[in-house]
Every structure is written in C-alpha cells, then in structure tokens.
Design a protein around this ligand. Structure first.
Ligand SMILES: Cc1cc2nc3c(=O)[nH]c(=O)nc-3n(C[C@H](O)[C@H](O)[C@H](O)COP(=O)(O)OP(=O)(O)OC[C@H]3O[C@@H](n4cnc5c(N)ncnc54)[C@H](O)[C@@H]3O)c2cc1C
Length: 589
C-alpha cells in the first residue's frame, strides 16, 4: 500500500472510530497494561424486574419453538415458514430491544442475548433470520432514527407484520465495506435522492419490507463522496429483486438475495443518521449484530455439548463407552470449557452496551472472532465423537456444521476483525510512542515535556502488574496469573511497536498473535468474573466452602497456555519462511 492510500485509510478510520475523548474501555485498557475492573467485575446481572420478564418471555418462546420450529424441515425446504415468523413476532422476538412506545419489549442487550441463545441452540437459520431482521435490520432505525421515522416504521417491524434487512455488501464492497459503489444523487430541489447500484448476499432481501441501504452521496462543493444510510422499501419504482433465494450450503432457511436499485427515488426523510455517516451507522449496527452472534454461537455450542455427552455416554466400542477414552474426554471437556467462556464473554460484552460504554468495537470484534472459531471447533469435535453417524442427515450435526461455516465469514471476516483488534488496540500505546519519536526528531521544550509524560505513562504501565480484584479468595492465584499475563502482553505490544514501528500496520502474522493473546485475556477475564460471581452466590446461599467448578478452571488453564504461546510466537516463529513460500507460490501462479 502506498503512503497516500495509507494516509487515506488512517484518516477514514480516525473519523469512523475515534470521535472524541472517551472513557477507557476494557480491551483498549489491556493494550496499555491496565485491568479496567469496573467494566468486568462484578459479573453483570439482569435487574430482577427484567429477569422476571425475561423468564416469562423465554418460557413462552421455548413453548412456541418446541411446538412449531422444525429445523430439519427448514433446512430441507430452504425456507422458514410464515407461521414461524408470525409466531416469533407474537412472542416478541422480532422487537425485543425496541422501546415499548413503539410496540417492543424494551429489553436490554443482555436479555436479548439470552433470547438469541435459546434460538441459536436449535436452528441457525432462524437465529440468523432474527439477527438480520432485529440485530442489524432495524437496528439503525432504533439507534439513529428520528422520532418520526420510528413512529412510521417500527410498530409493524417489531411485531413481525413487516420484516427488515441490512444491505451493505456489494460485489466490490465485501470485506472492504467502505468501497460501496451504489450511488445516491440528490434531485435538484433536494427533496429526494436517486439511488443506483446492486447489492448481493443480503439476508431477507426479498422478504423485507424495509431495507437499510448504504449508498454513496456527493459532498457538496467537492468531487468527494461519502456513504449515507437510507431506508428503502421494495414498492419504490426501480427496486428489482435479481435473485430472491441464492441456493447455498448452510443456513438454508434464510433468504439470501441480490437486488438492484435503478433510478429509485427515495425521499430525503428516509436518510438514517447524519448525512455522510453511513459507515459509522453500519459499524455501530454491526457491533450489536456481533453481540447477538456471540449469543447464537453460545446456544449452538451448548447443543454440541449435550449431543457429545449423550453419545459419549451411550455408544460402546472395545467394550467401553466412548467417554472412557481420553481423546474423547479431551473433546467433551474442551467443548464444556469453551461454551462456558462463550456465555460469559457474550454477557459481559452485551453489558458494556447496556451500561453505556461509548466504544466497544474491539470487544464486539473479539467476541465475534472468539465465539465463531470456538463453535467451529466444538461442532467438529462433537462430529468426530459421533463418527460415521454424524455424516448422515438424520442427526443434526451435518446441518450444524454447514450452518456454522458462515459465522467466520459474515459480519466482518475473522481475518479482517483479527487485524482490526490488534491495530485499534495498539493505537493507544502506538500514539504515545509516536509522540516520543516525533519529539526526539524535533525537540522543543513543550514537546520534551509531552514526551516525558508519555514515556512515564508507558513505563508506569510496564513496571506495574495490574491488580485483578476478584472477591473469592480461592480464585486469587488465577487472578494473579491473569494480572501477570496482562503485564507481559503490554510489554510484548510495546516491544512490537518499538521493533516494527509503522510497518506493523501490514504485518498480519504479528497482529494475529497480538489479537489472539488479547482475545484470550478478555475471555479469561469474563470466565474469572463469572466464576467469581458463582462462588459468591454459593456463599450467599449458605455454602461456606463451595466446590471448585472444573469447567472454568480448565478454561483458564488452557487460555493462559494459549496466551503464553501467542507471546512466545512473537519472538520465535517461521514468519519469514512462511511469507517467502506463499510469495513464491502466488507468483508462480
Ligand atoms: C449467507 C450470507 C448472508 C449474508 N448476509 C448479509 C446481510 O444481510 N447484509 C450484508 O450487507 N451482507 C451480508 N453478507 C455478506 C458478508 O458480510 C460478506 O460475505 C463478508 O463481509 C465478506 O465479504 P466477501 O464475501 O465479499 O469476501 P471478500 O471480501 O472477498 O473476502 C474473502 C476472504 O478474503 C480474506 N480477506 C479479505 N480481506 C482481508 C484482509 N484485509 N486481511 C486478510 N484477509 C482478508 C478473508 O479470509 C475473507 O474471508 C452475507 C453473506 C453470506 C454468505
């Protein structure tokens, strides 16, 4: 990438992500060697009044799903029956987080995640459909809509009478979401915008009544363009469905489609959020989507655990149940540990949104990458335990495997998000180092003062091992280990920044290890927080010496081992050989 492109990219990212001074979030804190305890301890709980409401909704939902949801039929017929969609609307799922004023349930993101976990346990097509409609489809309207827009659109969307979709992806704008080509030019009187272009891979495209569409608008007085979000309805002349249901491998019940807008006249009242801030709108919406993604993956991982346990306890070979073999035990234990961590991470990430942290992009990206990768492993492990039988369609595992494969690609591919986690996380310490470098090149009295402050700040974080204040004494050793690992992580980040400087922006193998360590630090924190809360609850219930739960214990051991591996890999790796081999293969075609 040349310098001008790099500058443009950085400027775009700055504008998108760093709107102004914000409270230090947990993930960004990790990169600076801090344990920002307030965001993660104590483990968040849904307020009692809402818990009662949630329990009622979950009971109603379970009854409905038991009765009406047939994931096998949905997969075979590649369609979610209207009866199921209507029922989901009736039990409130399609507007769970919408305010009661607009007909929704007013649930928090944490409570909504419990609902999505329940659906994710059973049918990925249905959970992706709900996500496309609620978590991203109407999210922009909920977050950025004016009162008039909400009043006009929401009531029918939250009860399922109408459906929503979120349309960002195009042929040229996949991972590179900022490269949207669809245009929106204002009419001469400024009352409308004329939209032209095509979108592809859009969930619910052909069944939605309202679509949040990203298109490029001109910047008055210049030849630049920016992205703006519009509410588009399929009854607008020029809206054309090119393919209603693209045949596909998994989540076959969802309607993934392509559509074109040809000279579609959209009133300016349908602009969502500020003009030119469509990317900000899109990324904020995806933050919510990634949180419920975590919940759906948690549900599916719990199903894997249940299936794996059942089979390991009943199938006999060599006169033993499969569960007696260590290589099977290893898989069962790992699924259990990961499912526990996925739930904890989803809960804490959702609580960051509910508690009003301004910037949780790194945490939601971590949650998405971590849970989708862990779920893929869990399904693969459960599949292996079932042996040949998993391959046949009378068991759910082949469907679950097909369904889960999209998770690592959709809503930001895991590669793009991994790089994002490392780069956004390193930005804080990186800027401080830049201050020091710049001052050394051009010394001035004020500059030296600033550099001194920055240097001391860096050093302060480097010499102090952060305190991880758990309430349960029996978790002290894990808390200390976590604190030490955060300290070592910060040291490794600083070393990488000093050693590589600006080229680190393109060094994805280094970024992958830094992001991997950061994700496991976050996951471990969430597990420790949840475990701490469980021990405290047991004490409050009169159990003075609660037994140690092996599941979080195992997760922490394995997670700490992975973190040490990532950090060791920063010094000892085969990156040069790997890159040279890839280059020679790619060149030879
Ligand atoms: C079933 C389904 C439903 C979808 N629903 C929606 C929807 O409702 N709304 C919507 O807007 N979009 C939707 N999408 C689109 C989805 O978000 C995109 O597929 C995704 O963003 C990836 O874009 P792409 O497919 O063009 O892959 P590409 O951008 O071509 O990327 C291909 C691969 O290249 C690698 N890669 C790309 N960039 C980098 C990089 N910078 N560094 C390292 N590796 C990289 C990654 O491995 C990536 O998987 C859906 C897609 C599918 C398949």
């Amino acid at each position: 990438m040349n310098k001008v492109e790099r500058q443009k990219e950085i400027q775009q990212a700055e504008e998108l992500l760093f709107a102004g001074p914000q409270a230090l979030g947990f993930a960004k804190g990790l990169f600076q060697g801090h344990f920002v305890a307030d965001w993660v301890l104590p483990y968040p709980r849904i307020p009692a009044a809402q818990q009662t409401q949630l329990d009622k909704s979950l009971a109603e939902l379970r009854e409905f799903l038991d009765d009406k949801l047939d994931p096998v039929a949905i997969d075979r017929q590649a369609e979610i029956p209207r009866e199921v969609i209507d029922g989901l609307g009736r039990v409130g799922v399609l507007g769970m987080t919408a305010p009661a004023d607009y007909g929704g349930r007013g649930f928090t993101q944490m409570a909504n995640c419990k609902v999505l976990e329940e659906i994710g346990r059973r049918c990925a097509s249905t959970s992706v459909f709900v996500n496309a409609h609620h978590s991203i489809g109407i999210r922009a309207l909920l977050l950025f809509g004016t009162h008039e827009q909400k009043q006009k659109w929401l009531p029918k969307l939250v009860n399922g009478e109408q459906l929503g979709a979120f349309a960002l992806t195009e042929r040229e704008a996949g991972s590179d979401a900022a490269n949207v080509q669809m245009t929106a030019r204002p009419t001469e009187d400024g009352s409308h915008f004329i939209l032209n272009g095509e979108k592809r891979y859009i969930t619910n495209a052909a069944i939605a009544h309202v679509l949040t569409v990203m298109a490029r608008t001109p910047v008055p007085g210049s030849n630049k363009t920016v992205i703006t979000a519009f509410l588009v309805t399929p009854d607008m002349p020029g809206f054309e469905i090119l393919e209603a249901r693209m045949p596909k491998m998994g989540i076959r019940g969802t309607a993934t489609g392509r559509f074109a807008l040809r000279e579609v006249k959209v009133p300016k009242e349908n602009i969502l959020g500020p003009m030119g801030k469509g990317l900000k709108v899109a990324l904020t919406v995806l933050d919510f989507g990634r949180t419920t993604f975590g919940a759906c993956c948690t549900g599916a991982a719990k199903t894997c655990l249940q299936l794996a346990t059942e089979h390991a306890n009943t199938r006999k070979q060599f006169n033993k149940t499969l569960g007696e073999f260590h290589l099977v035990k290893k898989k069962v234990a790992r699924i259990a540990a990961d499912a526990y961590a996925m739930e904890a991470m989803t809960t804490i990430t959702a609580s960051l949104i509910d508690r009003g942290l301004e910037d949780y992009m790194v945490e939601t990206a971590m949650l998405k990458v971590f849970t989708t990768e862990r779920l893929w492993e869990a399904i693969n492990d459960a599949f292996q335990i079932y042996g040949g039988s998993a391959y046949f369609v009378d068991l759910p595992l082949e469907r679950m495997l097909r369904d889960a494969r999209i998770n690592q690609i959709g809503e930001g591919s895991n590669e793009v998000l991994t790089s994002f986690i490392a780069l956004v996380g390193m930005r804080g310490p990186g800027m401080e180092f830049k201050e020091i470098y710049d001052t050394m090149l051009k010394p001035s009295r004020a500059g030296i003062g600033r550099a001194w402050t920055a240097g001391m700040h860096r050093l302060g974080a480097t010499v102090r091992i952060p305190d991880v204040p758990v309430a349960s004494a029996e978790l002290g050793s894990f808390a200390n280990q976590l604190g030490r690992l955060i300290w070592r992580f910060n040291l490794a980040v600083n070393r990488a920044l000093i050693a590589y400087r600006e080229p680190i922006l393109d060094m994805q193998l280094v970024q992958e290890r830094i992001a991997g360590a950061a994700m496991d630090l976050f996951a471990s924190t969430c597990v420790l927080s949840r475990w701490d809360a469980e021990l405290q609850l047991a004490r409050r219930n009169g159990d003075s010496r609660p037994s140690i739960n092996g599941v979080p214990d195992l997760f922490l051991r394995q997670s700490f081992r992975r973190i040490r591996g990532f950090l060791a890999g920063l010094k000892n790796n085969d990156d040069k050989a790997l890159l040279a081999t890839a280059d020679s293969i790619l060149k030879s075609g």
